[in-house]
Design a binder for this molecule. Sequence first.
Ligand SMILES: NC(=O)c1ccc[n+]([C@@H]2O[C@H](COP(=O)([O-])OP(=O)(O)OC[C@H]3O[C@@H](n4cnc5c(N)ncnc54)[C@H](O)[C@@H]3O)[C@@H](O)[C@H]2O)c1
Length: 320
Amino acid sequence: MRIGFIGCGWIGNEHMKRVSKIEGVEISCICDIDGDKAKIACEKYGGKPYTDYRKMLDEVEIDACYICVPPFAHKDQEILCIEKNIPFFVEKPVHIDLEKAKEIAEKIEERKLITCVGYQDRYQRIIEYIKPFFKENNLGFFTGWWVNGIPQAWWWRKKELSGGQIVEQTTHIFDMARYLVGEPVEVFAVKRKGIVKMEGYNIEDASGVSIYFENGVFGIIFSGCFMKNAGKAGLDFYFSDKIIEYQERRSVKINYGNKIEEIYETEDLIMAEDKSFIEAIKKKDPSLIKSSYKDGVKTLAFTIAANKSMESGKVEKVRV
Ligand SMILES: NC(=O)c1ccc[n+]([C@@H]2O[C@H](COP(=O)([O-])OP(=O)(O)OC[C@H]3O[C@@H](n4cnc5c(N)ncnc54)[C@H](O)[C@@H]3O)[C@@H](O)[C@H]2O)c1
């Protein structure tokens, strides 16, 4: 199977490292607008380097493509893959513009193309273990959080480029809430500014989003990028017979009152999602993928509704 890559920054390289180790797979071409990055990646993982993805997709025949560019850099990469019937893996968030993402999702549906979004947390064994508990209909509410410092990527601190912390980073927690709890209907968000002092920084230092789900459950998700050293990410779920504390990509602790069960995650989650994507293409079986493009659009709509509420100061509907 011949794979192409668009974007070889931090996460692009993480995928290349793993994809290049999967049997029967070769990296045929790698594109980055920074030609040196593409060249260095090709020296490590093979393939021909490009600085223009349009040229790359015209010249090289590939069986799948990875799109690992920042939120603002989604232009027509997905559309070109769809037109050429190339299944693609795209990193979260699927786009910065919800309407454009919806158009892409429609075109994917028309072609029945296999797609995968990098919500790696869905591939955890600990999540598969706790998922059945959510069918019992006895969850009252939950709290979630992603609180730490500011990531290094230069584009991250500019809202018009990244979408802000909720859209770019806490999206993993919003997505997990959808995956486990159900579909959100309405959100109400508040924000805090004034702690972080940094040139060019224009996102919120902290936010809290109340969410109402169609099954009656409610939750609150906190985001913060104002911390200097410490940080945490995860969710706590309050059921009638237990509390589940999930520490993102680390562990779940299930407190039944009279006993506590603790399980740790050991899986390489990026490898797990990469293998699922490749296997889904080989077997022509999209059910192996835990987050399709269409599903990724729903999480984008959820986080964009939260951003909208932060601006309007009103309850906003989640519209997909
Ligand atoms: N799933 C995860 O856990 C996870 C982790 C990190 C990042 N991400 C997501 O991956 C995306 C990329 O993040 P990153 O940390 O790798 O960013 P990065 O800045 O390290 O890398 C992005 C790369 O894309 C390149 N690029 C930009 N526009 C391009 C274009 N038009 N054609 C080709 N290359 C282009 C840049 O030159 C850069 O090398 C973001 O959406 C981010 O949210 C996901």
